[in-house]
Design a protein around this ligand. Structure first.
Ligand code: DP6
Length: 342
């Protein structure tokens, strides 16, 4: 449908006059130095910087079609209308895009995730990175990669990093302009994802992060330790030192889960099988197969390995859950929609 309709908003000088549409694909990322805590919740500035690997599996594909005749945004997730809460998050994000584009025209957003949504496989990172790139194009914003990373950050902090291919550092920054992700040179890395539970997490990262900052007596120590871990990680990446990268990764992950567990009421994302996976990775190391474990806000565990060892690590962890081997993936980018243009 390509009807020409007036914009929904009065005083809208650069109103969209056609149903401009754009599709983007973005991949999840797994942090080696975690983001857990905000300095500014409105601007989504993190309390410390972080570093991640954008993966080449489980992409999100999102199409934004501007619909000037509509009185509200519509959001369809994996073929079904999204919840009110999810649609509200998308609308608040699109409001930022519309403000910059100088329009109030609403949109239809269709998104599909190759990984289960909300199960700690970073779908909010790939989701908002894909939304940032597709919405910026559909609303005709002039945005380079740095600007897209800043924009994606406003939807979900970790999405700032999925704009970037491979290893990305997200600078904590001082303000909106200086908090963005950019690529970092690193040695070849593989990840083995162990999917232990596909259920939605009980407490969202957003809420759990807030609760941790408000109630954990260890929060300040966690933030200053993470800032130091990031400095050490950047040196280890520059040196191409896999062992140091791995040690920092595992220690930082365990410390993040420790600070989360110390919130009141406490939050426990790791399941008994997740703990077993950490133990198994430690056992593999003792046997000479060098891998390091990490986990985001959910029970699934990810093992970091050298590419040559990834198959052996996956075989050793297969009894704990479905394993997927991933390598460095591309940054978020526009693609041709599968069914042709809207
Ligand atoms: C554990 O980016 O999902 O995956 O910014 O509130 O949307 P919001 O949180 P989100 O948190 C990610 C937390 C993490 C660690 C990480 O990816 O660095």
């Amino acid at each position: 449908m390509t009807t020409v309709a007036p914009s929904a908003g009065a005083g809208d000088e650069r109103a969209q006059t056609s149903n401009a549409s754009a599709t983007a694909r973005a991949y999840p990322n797994i942090a080696l130095v975690k983001y857990w805590g905000k300095r500014d919740e409105r601007l989504m500035l993190p309390a410390a910087g972080s570093l991640s690997l954008t993966l080449d599996v489980f992409p999100t594909e999102t199409t934004v079609t501007v619909d000037p005749g509509a009185d509200r945004d519509r959001f369809e997730l994996d073929g079904a209308p999204a919840s009110e809460e999810q649609t509200g998050r998308v609308t608040r994000f699109l409001d930022l895009v519309r403000e910059r584009a100088g329009t109030t025209a609403r949109a239809v957003v269709r998104s599909t995730n190759a990984a289960p949504t909300g199960a700690g496989l970073a779908s909010s990172a790939s989701g908002f990175a894909a939304l940032a790139v597709s919405a910026a194009a559909a609303y005709r914003l002039d945005a380079d990669r740095l600007a897209l990373s800043r924009l994606a950050r406003r939807g979900s902090g970790s999405a700032a990093r999925s704009i970037v291919p491979g290893v990305a550092v997200w600078h904590a920054g001082e303000d909106d302009g200086s908090s963005f992700a950019e690529p970092v040179d690193a040695p070849p890395l593989s990840m083995v994802i162990v999917t232990i539970d596909r259920a939605m997490k009980a407490v969202s990262s957003r809420e759990a992060m807030r609760r941790t900052a408000l109630t954990s007596p260890f929060h300040a120590a966690w933030i200053s330790d993470t800032a130091q871990a990031l400095e050490a990680m950047l040196v280890a990446c520059r040196d191409g030192d896999f062992t140091r990268i791995g040690r920092i990764t595992e220690t930082n992950a365990l410390r993040m889960h420790a600070v989360i567990q110390s919130a009141d009421p406490p939050i426990q994302y790791l399941a008994p099988t997740s703990v077993a996976a950490f133990d198994e990775v430690r056992r593999l190391r003792a046997e000479g197969l060098e891998a390091y474990a990490t986990a985001d806000a959910g029970p699934n565990v990810v093992a970091l390995a050298r590419p040559a060892d990834a198959e052996a690590v996956a075989d050793a962890l297969a009894h704990l859950g479905e394993t997927t081997i991933a390598g460095p993936g591309p940054g978020a980018a526009l693609v041709e929609p599968a069914g042709g243009t809207a």
